[in-house]
Design a protein around this ligand. Structure first.
Ligand SMILES: *[C@@H]1O[C@H](CO)[C@@H](O)[C@H](O)[C@H]1NC(C)=O
Length: 131
């Protein structure tokens, strides 16, 4: 490999690594909904807290839901699809869907079409860990 080959390889490595840095940084933010739905996080938190005070075990169940949501193709909310709820391994095992449904409809009532189901699952898991 001559100078051109080495320079091309170095450039390729730089491009690939800088691209993957872009994928790692700058997309996740804990204040993402601050302007589009300022009360989203507090609404989720209060729903999660009341679900857990009604049933202590729900915290662990909601953390598990987020964990399972992240299994196939990343944390995309697909666990909430009807066929996923009853898929092998989830059917009669994963629980807490009704809590997520309640949170989603509450959040939809204050900010229609803004907060994703995947984000609700993630924030619910976070809040469950500190409730
Ligand atoms: C899920 O569980 C219910 C109740 O046990 C059962 O009737 C149903 O067939 C199951 N669904 C699947 C897809 O395995």
């Amino acid at each position: 490999m001559g100078f051109n080959g080495a320079a091309t390889l170095a450039l390729l490595i730089l491009l690939v690594s800088s691209n993957s840095f872009n994928m790692c940084f700058g997309q996740l933010s804990s204040n993402f909904y601050d302007s589009s739905c300022p009360n989203a996080l507090s609404t989720i938190r209060s729903k999660i807290r009341s679900a857990i005070s009604a049933e202590r075990r729900m915290g662990a169940s909601l953390i598990r839901l987020h964990f399972h949501d992240c299994f196939v193709n990343g944390c995309d909310g697909s666990l909430l699809l009807p066929e996923e709820k009853t898929a092998r391994g989830n059917n009669n095992s994963a629980r807490g869907f009704e809590v997520i449904d309640e949170v989603k409809s509450e959040v939809e009532s204050i900010c229609p079409g803004v907060v994703s189901c995947a984000d609700i699952l993630a924030v619910a898991a976070r809040d469950s860990s500190e409730a």
